[in-house]
Design a protein around this ligand. Structure first.
Ligand SMILES: [Mn+2]
Length: 427
């Protein structure tokens, strides 16, 4: 309020002269005028503050906050968490980063490794009890026990939903990445990204600039999907400071021989009917590998829908992909597994997944079991009924049950890399 008294002094002088005879009244009016002028100035200053200044003030008001990402943080969420932590550091606020689920996608793991991101897995809501939680890249806590009882302190996000923070909320659903918002804050706060510039404001760290660019790149599928001017502006602002070598390494992380073999086998052993492909990739080190193999196969020329199966930890994981205007792959999978006990599947139009019990498929359950060949016949039939244009012109040969049977010993178990922590069950 120091500046408010500076405004008040001349005002008192102007209105003082007609009231010379009554010092008490003069004093009272002066105090009132100063208070009103101060309040107006305060409101004006507040409304002129940038969102970044507001968030910084909210962070400065606490000795510590807990930054929370959504359950399986992606590069955008991790970049935002780093940005909040760096902003908190300049106002001497501790801001550890938490996530409730797993960091499991290769790209996400590579980002964490390359930038040395320090994030802690949340056990449950008790880890956050009594703490001021800052949500990034989502606006309602989820994915852990007690999530519903948390009232976030601050929220920065670009997803729909009504979640708000008690001290600060900025949710912009038009933005392609949440990292663009944080970059905007830093830029408006005068943080420097060009090492040749001089100035009193802090310099964005190289790791943060790299993470922000990567987060934007990742959430917009390489500046194509849902990318707005805000994403280009934010990336341009960070570009001088971001490390292109790190970005390249994170974008194409080294792959274990086992994972590469699974993806190769998924292609080599594929069964194609018209524009549809099903394939059994055998034992896989993680369900994520099945999903990546499905992404690969959908890129095959003239292929419109694919389903890849892979066995891991006693479960047959299914991953489906379809191009637009073909089948609804989530419905294909849920229809194909109807009537199979201990099976679950579903998803969106262009992306779906499912799980079946390998023991049950082998007949070690209530029913007679079901072979992967039968499963694939069912999937092909549903695909053909949904997208007749993609169906083969000729009646197909029956599938070879040895190649794709769930029980067949695949080459993976013998060729398993010895350092692979999760080789899958040979069964
Ligand atoms: Mn995001």
């Amino acid at each position: 309020m120091g500046s408010a008294s500076g405004v008040g002094t001349p005002v008192t002088g102007v209105i003082g002269s007609p009231l010379d005879g009554d010092p008490a009244l003069v004093g009272g009016v002066a105090v009132a005028v100063v208070a009103v002028a101060g309040a107006l100035l305060f409101v004006r200053l507040r409304s002129d503050r940038t969102r970044g200044q507001e968030l910084r003030s909210a962070l400065a008001a606490r000795r510590e906050v807990a930054i929370l990402t959504h359950p399986n943080p992606d590069p955008d969420a991790l970049a935002c968490a780093l940005a909040v932590r760096e902003l908190a550091a300049v106002v001497d606020t501790d801001a550890p980063i938490y996530y409730p689920g797993e960091i499991r996608h290769e790209e996400n793991l590579a980002l964490v490794r390359e930038l040395g991101i320090d994030a802690t897995r949340l056990r449950d809501g008790s880890d956050l009890a009594g703490r001021d939680v800052v949500l990034v890249d989502h606006n309602q806590p989820r994915g852990f026990a007690g999530a519903g009882s948390i009232a976030p302190y601050a929220v920065v996000d670009h997803h729909p939903g009504g979640g708000e923070g008690t001290a600060f909320t900025d949710v912009r659903t038009a933005y392609g990445a949440c990292a663009s918002l944080l970059a905007e804050y830093l830029q408006a706060l005068g943080w420097r990204t060009d090492p040749s510039e001089s100035g009193g404001e802090p310099m964005v760290s190289e790791g943060l600039a790299t993470a922000l660019v990567y987060g934007i790149r990742s959430d917009t599928a390489g500046f194509t999907r849902g990318c707005t001017a805000a994403e280009f502006d934010a990336a341009a602002y960070c570009s001088e400071r971001a490390d292109p070598d790190t970005i390249e390494r994170v974008a194409a992380p080294p792959m274990s021989p086992t994972k590469m073999e699974v993806r190769a086998r998924a292609v080599l052993d594929r069964v194609q009917r018209g524009a549809f492909v099903c394939t059994h990739a055998g034992n896989v080190p993680s369900p994520d590998t099945v999903a990546r193999a499905a992404d690969d196969l959908l890129r095959l020329e003239s292929v419109r829908a694919v389903v890849v199966a892979g066995r891991c930890d006693g479960t047959l994981h299914l991953s489906g992909r379809a191009v637009e205007d073909s089948v609804h792959i989530g419905e294909v999978l849920s229809t194909a597994i109807e009537g199979i006990p201990m099976a679950d599947a579903g998803g969106h139009g262009r992306m779906g997944g499912g799980q079946l019990s390998v023991d049950h498929m082998a007949g070690l359950g209530p029913g007679d079991g079901v072979g992967a060949d039968q499963l694939f016949e069912g999937i092909f039939a549903v695909m053909a009924s949904q997208d007749p244009e993609g169906a083969p012109a000729d009646p197909a040969e029956p599938l070879d049950p040895v190649t794709i049977d769930a029980d067949a010993e695949s080459a993976t178990s013998e060729n398993q890399s010895p350092d692979d922590p999760d080789p899958g069950r040979p069964n």
